[in-house]
Ligand binder design. Structure first.
Ligand SMILES: [Zn+2]
Ligand SMILES: [Zn+2]
Length: 169
């Protein structure tokens, strides 16, 4: 996604708001993150003391595997970030803070890489399909959200089952 800032930067406006849907066209990234296009980008560029800052939030949907029942479900997440617009020349300066830089080139900044990076870093480590997900039975493996199993009344430690099998003979 290219954003043209030249008009804004040469005007006396202090801020520029951008609200757009944005399609990430990177198959490898989509496979890695299970992202569902499009993502929503809400951002505002500000002129502050001679530099230009972007404050943004990216809202996205992706397909997640429940950590408890292993079922696939669609999850929604968002990530906020702040970035600084720099010219190509300024970008040669060492960046020892963790500030995010957007390169201003031919009147535009390109947001694809930073949006992908933010999505990638904000993906939750573990998610459950619903708060009261019952998970799968550790003994027989049924999804307890949809089925009941008879294991509850028996010993659920699989070691005991082995023992029972042994004692049978
Ligand atoms: Zn679940
Ligand atoms: Zn069971």
């Amino acid at each position: 996604m290219l954003i043209n800032l030249s008009k804004f930067l040469s005007s006396d406006k202090i801020s520029l708001e951008i609200n757009e849907e944005f399609v990430i066209d990177d198959q490898e990234f989509i496979e890695k993150t299970h992202l569902n296009n499009p993502v929503i980008f809400n951002g505002e560029f500000f002129k502050v003391e001679g530099s230009t800052i972007l404050n943004a939030i990216v809202i996205y949907n992706y397909t997640e595997e429940c950590a408890r029942c292993l079922d696939k479900f669609d999850n929604k997440n968002n990530v906020k970030f702040e970035a600084v617009v720099v010219s190509n020349k300024d970008n040669d300066e060492p960046n020892d803070t963790d500030e995010i830089r957007l390169i201003y080139e031919d009147g535009c900044v390109k947001l694809d890489e930073v949006i992908k990076q933010m999505i990638y870093l904000s993906l939750p480590m573990k998610a459950v399909c619903k708060e009261n997900c019952k998970g799968i039975c550790p003994n027989c493996g049924v999804n307890l959200n949809f089925e009941e199993c008879k294991c509850e009344n028996e010993l659920t430690d699989p070691r005991f089952n082995k023992l029972k099998d042994l004692l049978k003979d």
